[in-house]
Design a protein around this ligand. Structure first.
Ligand code: ACO
Length: 389
């Protein structure tokens, strides 16, 4: 008998835990979620504190190395990240060629990461040190790929990365060709901090399944990117922002949501497999979105989201459905002038750190993932030659 709080399907071979809900696949010291009370910790630190006091670089170090860096360690880590701010010309070429044919940037990231793997100096080195180096390299590479794709898809000249800027500022600089202001940089930096890891969602699990076969880290990260692409996972921020645009003005929010729910449809940016309370990341990012909206002089989208939130808290909270991070994050991306299709890649730009840390951690407790399926078809079917079928 398998005990689970999740949904169980009774099959002829025994119970199937649908969607692996609540199934434990590994131990971890990277992040922990209290879904009932809406709390998230990275390496034991509450994200509220990290969001307030730390930058993406500091939190990336924490996730990868298991401790907060001192000043020297942080400076060295920033220098290492900056030293990897370049791509082989062949990888630039993959990314920009796909940009010209308007491929979805998540597909481009998958291809770009695989292409970067082809340039690994020592592909047969599976040591933890080599994988940490690859993780840092990938963290530096993803924003470059995305910005190069963005500019190529719009016929703009590439903007080469700058080593003197922070990770967040360099990304905006490569996208738009000018140094970003402090509020815009903070919006990206905080977004990256809040998305860096989240225990084992579908994309991290995909990374783990891949790495469990002893494939290389690049391929495992490409699997994570492929899985994040779906609208039920990373793609929800884009969908949530499109909802607000469709709503158009705060007064239209209530009737829009009520109609959508009456039709049995889902509100994007709401609900979570683990959180049965307000997503703590959403709570923190909501405040940032408010500040950014004020700084940009455009409160429309924040106000619409606030009205939608009221209806959600009234009608869906009793079913333990609350706004998740995607409910608010799309608005920030929109205000920064980032096109929709880049919202999920920015998520990947952060989560690449968590995927890598989980893959590295799993290799220490390694076992090949190989579940079973319950076969419900016939056996020993008589073979009929093609002319007699
Ligand atoms: N709007 C309305 N109703 C919802 C929503 C929603 N967004 N999400 C779940 N429900 C309802 C379901 O219809 C179902 O109702 P029922 O029991 O009356 O049939 C109930 O809540 C449970 O739904 P499940 O699909 O079983 O819940 P699950 O844990 O599988 O879903 C998920 C989690 C996929 C995130 C879901 O809430 C959803 O589709 N949300 C919208 C997409 C989204 O915002 N995704 C981002 C997730 S966070 C992230 O990836 C960063």
């Amino acid at each position: 008998k398998i005990e689970t709080s999740g949904k169980v399907i009774q099959s002829p071979c025994g119970p199937i835990i649908h969607g692996l809900e609540d199934v434990l696949v590994k131990t971890t010291t990277i992040s922990d979620i209290d879904g009932k009370n809406g709390i998230l910790w990275y390496r034991g630190y509450r994200i509220d504190e990290l969001a307030k006091y730390s930058t993406f670089e500091e939190v990336a170090y924490l996730i990868l190395y298991g401790k907060l860096p001192n000043r020297k360690e942080l400076e060295d880590f920033k220098a290492l990240l900056a030293s990897y701010r370049d791509l082989p010309s062949e990888v630039y070429s993959v990314v920009t060629t796909l940009g010209k044919v308007k491929a979805h940037p998540m597909l481009v990231l998958e291809a770009g990461v695989a292409a970067l793997g082809a340039f690994d100096e020592n592909p047969n080195d599976y040591s933890k040190e080599a994988n940490l180096r690859r993780a840092i390299k990938l963290t530096s590479a993803l924003p470059i790929m995305m910005a190069a794709h963005y500019r190529a898809s719009r016929g703009l000249d590439l903007v080469k990365p700058r080593k003197d800027l922070s990770h967040a500022a360099n990304f905006l600089y490569m996208m738009f060709g000018k140094e970003p202001d402090e509020t815009s940089t903070k919006a990206i930096d905080l977004y990256l901090v809040l998305h860096i890891d989240h225990e084992v969602p579908a994309s991290t699990f995909a990374t783990l399944v891949a790495i469990s076969t002893w494939t290389d880290l690049y391929s495992a990260i490409a699997a994570g990117i492929a899985t994040l692409k779906g609208p039920l996972h990373g793609g929800a921020n884009e969908a949530a922002m499109k909802q607000y645009l469709e709503i158009g003005k705060p007064e239209s929010a209530r009737p829009y949501v009520e109609k959508l729910l009456a039709e049995g449809k889902r509100l994007m940016g709401v609900g979570h497999r683990v959180y049965k309370a307000y997503d703590p990341r959403a709570r923190i990012y909501k405040e940032l979105v408010k500040q950014l909206s004020e700084a940009k002089g455009d409160m429309t989208w924040y106000r619409i989201a606030e009205e939608v939130e009221k209806v959600v808290l009234e009608k869906l909270a009793p079913k333990k459905l609350y706004p998740n991070i995607d409910f608010w994050s799309g608005i920030a991306m929109y205000l920064l002038g980032i096109p929709y299709e880049y919202y999920t890649p920015i998520f990947a730009m952060s989560r690449v750190v968590g995927w890598s840390a989980h893959a590295i951690e799993y290799l220490d407790q390694h076992r090949l993932f190989r579940p079973r399926a319950c076969y419900t078809g016939p056996h020993d079917v008589p073979y009929i030659p093609i002319d007699k079928r």
